[in-house]
Design a protein around this ligand. Structure first.
Ligand SMILES: Cc1cc2nc3c(=O)[nH]c(=O)nc-3n(C[C@H](O)[C@H](O)[C@H](O)COP(=O)(O)OP(=O)(O)OC[C@H]3O[C@@H](n4cnc5c(N)ncnc54)[C@H](O)[C@@H]3O)c2cc1C
Length: 429
């Protein structure tokens, strides 16, 4: 029986563990946090409420279902999304989303989804080392050095090492120092964010089935995204620059009050007061972008998810791509009958181009979300109209394809480029 060591039991690691265990691998997962099925406290960031809600699009859903997790249980972790709402001048402009296949995207409670993955990993016989941190990786020896709360180092030996340990991956760090010509670029987006949480979304007029965007009327100052989460509250991520006024470092109450009054004016005064209070009290979070020249080392070590290609969340695809990585990886292993020397290089070849396209689109999308563009809504309508009239000639709406299909990111990027050409011909901008 082949033994797989997975570093990081988050979303990508959890799904990969299930896939491998169901194929007969002996799977060991090293996770620095605790067991979410026993105690969720290490999964809920009470200070910064980091990414408590995530949207799962069709590619993520299909990847989860392909691991044998029942659809009903996945759907119970969130709410189906039927529309997007763009706030302009305090008013929401609604854009309904029409599914292209049988699936709707989900607005997920991240902790509930994590528990679901752990439940199925346990059922598949995965062995977890909770509260254990990976300290180092021997790339050629296919082993990891881990340490638990007792401080005793321990070495785990396997037939493959999967690095699914997120943006600050220890496995990737080992590749950086141990692999010749490994190129790596870490950048921080020019804006960071704070997540503000308001209870009783319904009373505030937020629908569970809608994703809300703010900042399009801010001339590039900020972007915000809100989604309700199953406990009935709404989480609002506000992205702002690090300096200037207003910014993430602003402590001047009148300045921030004016900001919330201007861009969240549709909310009642007491909700805006609460946003102001939280904003001034909470620390900011950075948005990291990671690019690595390769995602594998020989047939020994593989990186997936944020460990390979962490990205700023402006396209809402980091988790979706991480889950699709897990699926692509297992499909390659299946196709090559478990031959890692073939599957690992092919994984880099297939996924690197997708990761680069996704990261480029995410960055470009921030400009759309934060910059006043009076033709944005006209563009979207124009695209749908033209595609319905000339489906063979005019490209479909990229956003619909992104949410409702699992079409590769590089193809979506081509659609976007074609659309931009058509916009110019049609003089929409
Ligand atoms: C504000 C925000 C909003 C987002 N919204 C969306 C969205 O709507 N849709 C979407 O698709 N994506 C979204 N993302 C991105 C998404 O959260 C990530 O892409 C996703 O979590 C990546 O999953 P992962 O399993 O690769 O990494 P992670 O979820 O980071 O999991 C890594 C795991 O490794 C563990 N670990 C780390 N280091 C070690 C170590 N040394 N030893 C042992 N264990 C370790 C960690 O504890 C963690 O459990 C958002 C991100 C942010 C910041």
């Amino acid at each position: 029986m082949k033994k797989a060591i997975i570093v990081g039991g988050g979303l990508a690691g959890g799904l990969t563990a299930i896939y491998l265990a169901k194929r007969g691998y002996e799977v060991h997962v090293v996770e620095k946090r605790g067991d979410p099925l026993q105690d969720l406290s290490s999964y809920v960031d009470v200070v910064s409420s980091r990414a408590i809600g995530v949207s799962m699009t069709v590619r993520g859903i299909k990847s989860v279902l392909a691991a044998g997790i029942p659809r009903a249980e996945l759907e119970a972790c969130g709410e189906p999304i039927v529309a997007m709402a763009f706030s302009v001048g305090g008013q929401h402009r609604m854009r309904p989303l029409k599914p292209l296949e049988d699936f709707r995207p989900l607005s997920l409670n991240r902790a509930a989804f994590q528990k679901l993955l752990n439940k199925y990993a346990n059922l598949a016989g995965v062995r977890y080392y909770f509260e254990h941190k990976c300290l180092d990786v021997d790339l050629d020896g296919k082993s990891v050095l881990i340490q638990g709360r007792d401080g005793q180092p321990q070495r785990l030996q396997g037939d493959m090492i999967v690095g699914a340990d997120g943006a600050h991956s220890a496995v990737r760090q080992a590749m950086q120092s141990g692999l010749r010509r490994f190129e790596f670029q870490q950048t921080f987006f020019r804006h960071g964010y704070k997540t503000l949480v308001l209870p009783d979304a319904q009373a505030l007029g937020y629908r569970k089935d809608t994703l809300y965007f703010f900042g399009m009327d801010s001339g590039g100052l900020f972007a915000g995204r809100a989604a309700t989460i199953p406990d009935g509250s709404v989480s609002i991520a506000v992205c702002l620059p690090y300096s200037g006024s207003p910014s993430l470092t602003t402590t001047d109450e009148p300045t921030m009050r004016a900001f919330f009054d201007r861009y969240f004016g549709g909310l009642p005064q007491d909700a805006r007061d609460e946003m102001l209070r939280q904003f001034l009290a909470k620390p900011s979070n950075d948005l990291i972008n990671v690019r690595s020249s390769t995602f594998h080392y020989k047939g020994n070590v593989l990186l997936l998810g944020d460990a390979a290609h962490a990205t700023a969340p402006f396209l809402g695809q980091g988790m979706n791509m991480a889950l699709e990585d897990a699926r692509t990886f297992i499909e390659l292993l299946d196709r090559h009958q478990g031959d890692q020397d073939k599957a690992f290089p092919e994984f880099t070849q297939l996924r690197k181009v997708q990761a680069d396209a996704m990261q480029d689109m995410a960055r470009a999308n921030y400009d759309v979300l934060s910059c006043s563009n009076p033709v944005f809504f006209m563009r979207a309508r124009y695209t749908r109209y033209m595609h319905s009239k000339f489906p063979g000639l005019y490209p479909p709406d990229m956003a619909e394809k992104l949410y409702f299909t699992s079409e590769p990111y590089d193809r979506l990027q081509q659609i976007q480029r074609k659309q931009n050409v058509w916009y110019k011909i049609g003089r929409v901008n």
